[in-house]
Structure formats: C-alpha cells, structure tokens
Design a protein around this ligand. Sequence first.
Ligand code: IDP
Ligand code: MG
Length: 155
Amino acid sequence: MERTLVLLKPDAVQRGLVGPILARFEQKGLKLVGLKLRQFPKATLEQHYSVHKERPFFRSLVEFMGSGPVVALALEGKNAIAVVRKLMGKTNSAEAEPGTIRGDYGMSFSNNLVHGSDGPESAATELKLFFGGADELVSWTPAESTWIYAPEELG
Ligand code: IDP
Ligand code: MG
C-alpha cells in the first residue's frame, strides 16, 4: 500500500468542486487517511513547490495557492501515487483528457484544480509537510475493503 498527498487548490474550493472531486477519489477505491481545510502560509507553499523556484510561474503559483482555502487529502491504496496522477490528468487542463478531473472541470494551465505527489519521495516529503503533526493520519479499515481488492492483491 502507498500513500500520496493531494491538494484541492483554491480554484476547486471557490468553485464548489470539493465534493465532486473528493467523490472521484473515494469512488475509485482510494482510502482517505487524512483531510484538512486551511489557508496555508506562504512559507509552506514555497517549500511545497520549491522544485519550481526557478520557473517563471513560481511567484504566481505560490500567490494563487495562498489566495484562499485549500483542502489537503492523504490517500492510500495500491499504487496510489500513479492512480491519483492518472485521475488528475495533464497539467494543462485544456489538454487534459475528458474523464480526468482537470479534463472535466478545467480550462487553465495554472488554475488546474488539483495537486498530486509525483513519486514516492515527494509523497513522503509532502505528507510530512501537510500532515506532519502527531495523529494527523488515520490508519483504519473501511467496511468495503475486502471488495476493493482481490485477496491475492492484498498480500
Ligand atoms: P503537476 O501539478 O501536473 O505536477 P507541475 O509541472 O509540477 O505540474 O507544476 C506545478 C503547478 O504549477 C501546476 O499544477 C500548475 O498549477 C503550475 N504550472 C506548471 N507549469 C505551468 C505553466 O507553464 N504555466 C502556468 N502554471 C504552470
Ligand atoms: Mg508536480
């Protein structure tokens, strides 16, 4: 099992899309293990996007991400990182495939509704950054868990 960090960006919150987007992750079979709504401090957002600090869009990205509330999710599942990235779609929403979150709800390159960790290392770092406190992530067994995976897939 793998865990990944998802952010529902300020555009998703402002547009009333928290429910529909969260439902896609739940319906896919990803387990919610962390959830919070915050207007995150600039320092947190700068750290989160530090790999992009030399890029021309860095300043506006940090400003956008701090412009309103963001919903942070921690999701768990088999290959959760790649599964979430696939559900999100391409970075540029205008080019994202229909059926993906960005493809169905967005038109913009920057205001593209969701963030998802892009690998195991970034997932670990980002989960610590957004859910670093004690007891912020919950290990639990959903009632439906034995129906989401075949027994041999659970190992
Ligand atoms: P990702 O969110 O699909 O992983 P990244 O390349 O990691 O995409 O970029 C992080 C975020 O920065 C994007 O989600 C988007 O909001 C913004 N961004 C990336 N590239 C551009 C660009 O060329 N113009 C404007 N915003 C961009
Ligand atoms: Mg990225």
